[in-house]
Design a protein around this ligand. Structure first.
Ligand code: PEP
Ligand code: MN
Length: 262
């Protein structure tokens, strides 16, 4: 396998985290920022349970234009505040090239969602940013296409790219997507980039998240990204797949015997 790249996330007033080293990095948080109280509660809970990066969307790529679209600018401000208060680096999605600068001012890491994996204008724009990038696999993208999307970011001058497997579309309907854990082994053979696994979007069901997180760690993933909400039943997006803080804490404990270091 190629010499692995280490990607630093954070610093700048919050603890820096290295993705791609010997530790398995846990990224956790709600699907979307919904309120100050919600994001504060989740940030404290997931940090306490072992997460080292907070995730939450301010700009949400929803299938329906009538669904909750995220708190947008207000969400970014809430993220910047909780980041400082709770002392945890933040990753959040950017949907539009014109928002890259403002998202980079508020967050430590820029997420490119599955739906934008081949939005080449957006990839070039985050490639010009000095923030690390979390590049999710497109729902119908081959590993080759995913790695080429990463090349758009790298070739624009940003060497800090982390990949994230989040499931692909297949004929199976028992799960929201089919989590392709073999992609972890393939990426590690073909690329120097670290790769995370998102069992939340990968399965779409809270009950399947912990087993797939354990499988991801056993497969050698550099980390996992998991959705956590204080009351999943009331979530404004992705309720069925979000873990309660208590279920998340248990899941993290169950990873310890599998991970070399967490
Ligand atoms: C997310 O992680 O918030 C998200 C929208 O996931 P994906 O782009 O993988 O669907
Ligand atoms: Mn989600």
């Amino acid at each position: 396998r190629p010499e692995p790249s280490l990607v630093e996330v954070g610093g700048d007033g919050v603890p820096p985290v290295v993705v791609g080293g010997s530790r398995v990095v846990v990224v956790a948080g709600p699907c979307a920022v919904e309120s100050e109280r919600q994001i504060d509660e989740v940030a404290r809970a997931v940090k306490e349970s072992g997460a080292s990066i907070l995730r939450a969307g301010a700009y949400k790529p929803r299938t329906s234009p009538y669904s909750f679209q995220g708190l947008e600018r207000e969400g970014l401000e809430l993220l910047a505040e909780v980041r400082r208060r709770v002392q945890i680096p933040v990753v959040t999605e950017v949907l539009n090239p014109r928002d890259v600068e403002v998202v980079a001012e508020h967050a430590d890491m820029l997420q490119i969602g599955a739906r934008n994996m081949q939005n080449f204008a957006l990839l070039r724009e985050v490639g010009r940013s000095d923030r690390p990038v979390l590049l999710k696999r497109g729902m119908a993208a081959t590993v080759e296409e995913w790695l080429m999307a990463a090349e758009y970011v790298l070739s624009a001058g940003n060497s800090r790219v982390v990949l994230c497997e989040r499931g692909i579309r297949t004929f199976e309907t028992a799960t929201r997507n089919t989590l392709d854990l073999s992609a972890v082994a393939v990426v590690h053979e073909l690329s120097h980039l670290p790769v995370l696994v998102d069992p939340s979007h990968g399965t779409g069901r809270a009950a399947y998240v912990a087993p797939m997180a354990r499988a991801a760690v056993a497969a050698g993933a550099d980390g996992i990204m998991v959705e956590v909400h204080p009351s999943p039943d009331e979530a404004l997006s992705d309720g069925p797949q979000q873990l309660t803080p208590e279920a998340f804490a248990q899941m993290v404990e169950s990873l310890r015997p599998i991970a070399a270091a967490l």
